[in-house]
Every structure is written in structure tokens, then in C-alpha cells.
Write a new protein. Structure first.
Length: 119
């Protein structure tokens, strides 16, 4: 599969990318930082902060799957939903941003109480 990982150069993203590569997928990473490094064989797409740029580039790429690890605001999430609307598999992670710092039980599932740290 042709997979894109938004935030694929961060601490969690590096591990996700490594697993995707081990499984034989073609991987691209979208990163905001200029110092971002990727593993051999991974394509790096430096993200322009402009939402229209991001949406247009992601749609033209025609990825089979997209994983967003860094949507911190409602605007970030909306941009990813728009950019990946035609992608067959879209994974959006949120963890602390949605469920809060303290968990009531583990593992945290979709039925967990919501304690967002951002709107």
C-alpha cells in the first residue's frame, strides 16, 4: 500500500513508519520541521503551513492509507479529514488531546470518558 504518515518523524511516528516499512508498504512522511529525518526508502514531504497547500498535495498523491499523528486543533483535524477524504483507510490518533492526562481505565477505548486538553 502507498501510505502517508503525518507526523511520521516524531517519536511515535518513527515507530509507526518502521512497522509499515517492515510490512513492505511504500511510505511517505509529512513533517513541519526543517530538521526532520526519515528512514531510508521513506519520502519526506515538508509541510507548508497553508491548509490549501496541504489539502491539494495530499489529494493529488492518491494514498491508499493515511495516518495523522499530529492534529492538535480542530482546524488540524478538519484539514486532514478534507485532505484524506478519498483515502480508503484513514487513522487519526488523538490520545491525550481527547482523553486527557488521567485515564479512568486501561486500555483506553472509544467508550472512555472524554477530557479534552484542547477544544
Amino acid at each position: 500500500m502507498k501510505v502517508v504518515v503525518v507526523g511520521g518523524t516524531g517519536s511515535i511516528g518513527l515507530r509507526v513508519v518502521a512497522r509499515l516499512l517492515d510490512a513492505g508498504h511504500s511510505v511517505s512522511c509529512v513533517a513541519r520541521g526543517v530538521g526532520a529525518n526519515v528512514a531510508r526508502g521513506v519520502r519526506l514531504i515538508r509541510r507548508d503551513p497553508n491548509v490549501e497547500w496541504f489539502t491539494g498535495v495530499m489529494r493529488r498523491e492518491k494514498f491508499d492509507a493515511a495516518i495523522d499523528l499530529i492534529a492538535f486543533t480542530a482546524e488540524d483535524a478538519a484539514a486532514s479529514v478534507s485532505a484524506f477524504r478519498d483515502v480508503s483507510h484513514f487513522i487519526h490518533t488523538s490520545s491525550v488531546r481527547v482523553y486527557g492526562v488521567d485515564s479512568s481505565w486501561l486500555p483506553i477505548g472509544e467508550d472512555h470518558l472524554l477530557r479534552p486538553t484542547v477544544p
